[in-house]
Every structure is written in C-alpha cells, then in structure tokens.
Unconditional design. Structure first.
Length: 86
C-alpha cells in the first residue's frame, strides 16, 4: 500500500480548519486514506475529528497511507501545507 511521511505545515497543527480541509479531500478520494503519527494507530483521514485526535502540531511527522498513489500525494500535500494561511 503506498505511503509517505510528511511534516505538518499548518502553524497551529492539525486543528479544526486543516483537519476539515484534509477530511473533505480524503472523502472525495476514491481510496481508503489513513494518517498516523509514530507509535500511534492510524486514523481515517476522512474524519476531521479523528485527524484532530492525532494531536499533530506544526513540525510533527505524519504518515499518509492509501490504496492509491494519487490520494497519498494529494493528502500529503495538504498535510504539509500551511492551511491556516489560505
């Protein structure tokens, strides 16, 4: 299963706004997408609430995994972006 590890780019981490944007994109993907931080179980990237439970702050390494390379790339791009700046 394709995966990549990226650094959280949002200034205050994966809180409500970035989590919502990521969850919306994951829900639109035609693949099962998960996010995980080291030592923790992966969570469904289609759920903003579950994304927020990761407690991922700016600079945290997050592993994005999906059944599809394009979905991994899209979600990884969002995790790495400063979604608070938009």
């Amino acid at each position: 299963m394709p995966s990549t590890t990226v650094t959280v780019g949002s200034a205050v981490g994966l809180h409500a706004r970035p989590a919502s944007i990521i969850a919306e994109a994951a829900a639109e993907a035609d693949a099962n997408v998960t996010l995980a931080v080291d030592g923790e179980d992966p969570v469904d990237a289609g759920s903003a609430l579950l994304i927020m439970t990761l407690g991922a702050e700016k600079g945290t390494q997050v592993t994005v995994t999906a059944d599809d390379d394009a979905a991994v790339a899209k979600i990884a791009e969002l995790v790495a972006a400063d979604l608070d700046a938009e």
